[in-house]
Design a protein around this ligand. Structure first.
Ligand code: SAM
Length: 289
């Protein structure tokens, strides 16, 4: 049974092991059984799945994952948590505890070793200081991952899900929506964690696409355009692409015209499919970038 998911048990484990929270590792441990069970059900895992958990902490979510999945790979950076995890997970034979920095792990090799190259499911209460690099690594590198169900800062979840024209819309929204279908599963208040974070959190599930929903000739070039557009989001697109990527204003204006878009439009107004079409149309300018 996933027995750690209550405040008393969590505090007992922390005290018995003389564990000191390290702020630099974004350590806020989940203590709410309702939230945990919602994360597990929305991550759609079964005994056929191999789950990658990033940052297991003292093993609260790991216990629930071990009971639901075929195998769990738990990657934890904090060496002080490893002996604790070895105790709290001692009764499970389907977990591999790895003492590593997730940003330095070869995830393709991990998938090969533990799941015969079949896609993994990622489930985590992410350390907030590296949420975006972790998500981008999982999505951009075309790793074998079928879904990512994670607790993140509420405002980051809102940015992932944002649509054109909203203040939250930006490069992260477009990257997440190019590679996956995001759905916010639950809003989680600070009192569901020890220690309490200063911000609210959301659980978001990203179902990864086999094929992106829009066709673009050159993915990297489309993202160069997206980054240039949002690096100077108050500028018109023609000015942002001219100063950021040295694409001539004439070329951008002509491409915008072909797409029936106004020549003074800003990047924040373009949808993912319009960015894809724009990058296809400007592809001949790529050698100047
Ligand atoms: N999963 C636990 C829970 O829900 O109670 C802990 C979640 S806590 C928000 C984030 C966890 O990620 C901590 O255990 C922290 O030490 C770990 N962590 C932080 N940076 C990491 C990294 N680069 N690689 C692996 N784990 C990391």
């Amino acid at each position: 049974m996933a027995e750690l998911i209550n405040p008393k048990k969590t505090l007992d484990v922390i005290r018995e092991n003389d564990f000191r929270f390290q702020k630099k590792f974004g350590q806020n441990f989940l203590i709410d059984a309702g939230v945990l069970s919602h994360i597990i059900s929305s991550s759609e895992i079964s005994k056929d799945d191999c789950v990658l958990e990033i940052g297991p902490g003292i093993g609260t979510m790991t216990q629930a994952l071990c009971e639901t999945a075929g195998h769990v790979i738990a990657v934890e950076i904090d060496g002080n948590l490893i002996p604790i995890l070895e105790k709290t997970l001692a009764s499970y034979d389907n977990v591999s505890i790895l003492h590593k920095d997730i940003l330095k792990v070869d995830l393709k090799a991990l998938c090969h070793t533990y799941h015969d190259d079949k896609p993994l499911k990622v489930v985590a209460n992410l350390p907030y200081y590296i949420t975006t690099p972790i998500i981008m690594e999982l999505l951009e590198k075309h790793l074998p991952v079928s879904s990512i169900t994670v607790m993140v800062q509420k405002e980051v979840a809102d940015r992932m899900k944002a649509k054109p024209g909203s203040k939250d819309y930006g490069a992260l929204s477009l990257a997440v929506q190019f590679y996956s279908d995001p759905e916010i599963v639950q809003l989680v208040p600070p009192n569901c964690f020890i220690p309490r974070p200063t911000v609210s959190s959301s659980v978001i599930r990203l179902r990864c696409y086999d094929t992106p929903p829009v066709s673009c000739q050159d993915e990297a070039f489309m993202f160069d355009i997206i980054h240039a557009a949002f690096n100077q989001r108050r500028k018109t697109l023609q000015n942002a692409l001219s100063s950021g990527l040295s694409i001539s204003k004439t070329a951008t204006v002509s491409a915008l015209k072909d797409l029936n878009l106004k020549e003074d439009i800003r990047g924040e107004a373009l949808s993912l499919s319009q960015f894809a079409a724009l990058s296809n149309s400007l592809y001949s300018e790529k050698e100047n970038v």
